[in-house]
Design a protein around this ligand. Structure first.
Ligand SMILES: [Zn+2]
Length: 308
């Protein structure tokens, strides 16, 4: 079984994570632009970060047989630094049209301030004009009201709900998001909030139409194998292979594929790695290490091992 994780912050993760993800069957990932745990103070920090998402990080993923895509945007937390946010807005049009950029994201509300609202709206217009999908981060506090507001504002700005992926849903928000025709993405947080047990129940109740599973793994306590682990649990709990395939692979491809930047052939036609390659004259190898060259195998024992 193949998987796509459409929300994972790999710049914060290790090469061990990449190797484990490949072994578990993850073939493609989407890395949304977000904040770094502490606020940036200069425009150049945004520029270099966006450049790394379409440059070094994509190369690093390729060295482990994983196709890397990203969404580019100004996150809600840093929208509150208005002087810097203004400068970032001028930068975004230069990056959203780059190869491998599958949407504007992750954008939306955190504390639901006036500044967050302003830059969320400006970026919705940017996405609509560029005909790109939008990846919405919904607030962790006041989740339900914040999610409804995010959708109301997207509709007000004439976004097609079919172009909008609403992320970090839970049992309280899923019905509204699906009823309005948006994509409903769920982040599996280890031990808290949305665990994979709860995800199984959601798919049992709501089916697989427009539902997407992701890990949102980042610099915090998180699990880069959340998508394949949830798939394994779904299989164990009697959810059909077809439904698992949709929520852990196909729906991510169908939604973000609307960008024209992400096709199944990107990974199906390209199954070998060459770790002797370099980018910016830089390699993932350290002195004396032997590059892997050729086809990488997935671990056939994964499904039976991972759920124990
Ligand atoms: Zn995120």
């Amino acid at each position: 079984m193949k998987f796509i994780d459409p929300h994972i912050h790999m710049t914060s993760r290790t090469t061990d994570d990449y190797a484990a993800m490949q072994q578990a069957g993850i073939v493609a990932i989407i890395e949304p632009a977000f904040w770094l745990g502490q606020p940036r103070t200069e425009l150049g920090s945004f520029k270099d970060y966006y450049s790394s998402l379409i440059g070094w990080e994509r190369f690093r993923a390729s060295q482990f047989g994983i196709k890397h895509y990203c969404t580019i945007g100004l996150n809600s937390k840093e929208a509150n630094n208005e002087a810097l946010a203004e400068e970032v807005m001028d930068l975004l049009p230069l990056f959203i049209c780059k190869e491998g950029v599958v949407g504007v994201g992750e954008i939306g509300y955190d504390d639901q301030t006036a500044a967050e609202d302003k830059y969320y709206r400006l970026q919705l217009d940017l996405a609509r004009e560029a005909n790109l999908p939008v990846q919405i981060h919904t607030p962790h506090r006041d989740k339900k009201a914040g999610t409804i507001r995010s959708m109301d504002v997207a509709l007000e700005h004439r976004l097609d709900p079919g172009m909008v992926i609403v992320d970090h849903n839970n049992e309280e928000t899923v019905r509204d998001v699906l009823d309005r025709g948006f994509w409903a993405a769920f982040t599996i947080y280890p031990n808290t909030k949305m665990g994979n047990e709860r995800m199984v129940e959601i798919v049992k109740q709501y089916g697989s139409e427009r539902i997407i599973v992701n890990s949102a793994a980042d610099w915090g306590i998180s699990d880069p194998l959340a998508v394949p682990k949830t798939a394994a649990l779904m299989l164990e709990r009697g959810i059909s292979i077809d439904d698992i395939h949709k929520v852990c692979y196909q729906n991510a491809l169908d939604s973000f594929g609307q960008s024209g930047q992400m096709k199944e052939s990107d990974w199906l036609d390209n199954t070998t790695v060459d770790q002797s390659e370099k980018l910016f004259n830089n390699s993932i190898l350290r002195g004396g290490q032997t590059p892997t060259i050729g086809e990488l195998k997935t671990n056939p024992l994964f499904e039976s091992n991972i759920i124990r």
